[in-house]
Write a protein that binds this ligand. Structure first.
Ligand code: PBG
Length: 327
């Protein structure tokens, strides 16, 4: 058979395959999400996320050291306060759990880059992502508290803030507040394209943040929509977002590509708790090869156009990458 083009020519061995590889993954692109809780001397495994833990501030160093040992130098922090109230006051309290975690990290692990999730749902007694009015989240009142939370995080040592609430205008509100406080250089990674997704189930167990009534569909996006994702992303760019996030990752890679092709700022894909839980559960039963599946998921996010991958599997991917050159 006379064939000019034989695609298999470039797949003949590992050296060749890696030479022509289109997507390269590096640990610099990975961010590890981490849960920090009030209290002292406690580490609790999260039932629906085996291998993931909640740490009190005095114990979080154990995990940070493990991350450092595999070369992961970026964390995104989620706080779990002891006391929740209607207005989520622990989100912006000076001695709140995130604020203390930031101070600890800045002091003890200065090379760990500090990103914080900015939202109200872990801090409100009703579990919604803002303050309520007539059983729905009051958008504009919530903006004030989000801006206050972001400023208090940065004052405590956050190097980047990541608002995940999905209120309209939050990027503008946070940008303005940060600028006023003299933090014009602190970047915002916006959860711009965040869908109302059942994939967040295990996270809500972990943070005790499931809404006490209703759901989040009046603020998070409807997953049937694609063009709306671009609308959200463009709005956030115009309001001053520096990085755009798409969340969840795996079922939403079409949006990663869409946003990648239509904007000129970095894109983050967040592989959420439900993605981790599914892989873990199947792996525990011996039904899939965990390492291979995790790496394949990561590669697909980068192939889709992500520059940053936020994942509970950051350490495992970093370990995998260490061995890569041998294979
Ligand atoms: C807070 C927030 C959530 C997640 C990240 N930030 C939960 C939610 O919106 O219900 C989910 C992360 C995950 O599932 O891993 N709003």
């Amino acid at each position: 058979m006379k064939l000019r083009q034989r695609p298999r020519r470039l797949r003949g061995n590992e050296v060749l395959r890696k030479m022509v590889r289109e997507t390269r993954i590096s640990r610099e692109s990975l961010v590890y999400p981490m849960f920090v809780m009030d209290g002292a001397d406690k580490v609790e495994e999260i039932a629906s996320l085996p291998g993931q833990y909640r740490y009190t501030v005095d114990r979080m160093g154990e995990e940070i050291s493990r991350l450092e040992s595999v070369g992961i130098n970026k964390v995104m922090l989620f706080g779990i306060p002891e006391v929740k109230d209607e207005i989520g006051s622990q989100a912006y309290a000076q001695d709140g759990v995130i604020q203390r975690a930031l101070e600890y990290l800045k002091e003890e692990h200065p090379y760990m880059y500090r990103i914080t999730d900015v939202c109200m749902c872990e801090y409100t007694s009703h579990g919604h992502c803002g303050v309520l009015k007539d059983n729905d989240v009051d958008n504009d009142e919530t903006l004030k508290l989000l801006a206050r939370t972001a400023v208090s995080h940065v004052k405590a040592g956050a190097q980047m803030v990541a608002p995940s609430d999905m209120m309209d205008g939050r990027i503008a509100a946070i940008r303005e507040a940060l600028d006023e406080e003299g933090f014009a250089e602190v970047p915002i990674m916006s959860y711009s394209v965040k869908y109302a997704s059942a994939f967040y189930g295990p996270f809500r167990d972990a943070a005790g943040s499931a809404p006490a009534f209703g759901n989040r569909k009046s603020y998070q996006m409807d997953y049937h929509n694609r063009r709306e994702a671009l609308k959200e992303a463009m709005l956030d760019v115009s309001e001053g977002a520096d990085i755009i996030m798409v969340k969840p990752a795996m079922s939403y890679l079409d949006l990663v590509r869409e946003i990648h092709d239509n904007t000129n700022i970095p894109i983050a894909a967040y592989s959420v708790s439900g993605e981790y839980a599914m892989v873990k559960a199947a792996a525990q039963r011996g039904w899939i090869n965990e390492t291979e599946v995790v790496y394949e998921m990561a590669a697909s996010a980068f192939r889709a156009g992500a520059d940053i991958y936020i994942t509970y599997y950051a350490k495992e991917i970093a370990e995998y990458l260490k061995g890569e050159w041998i294979g």
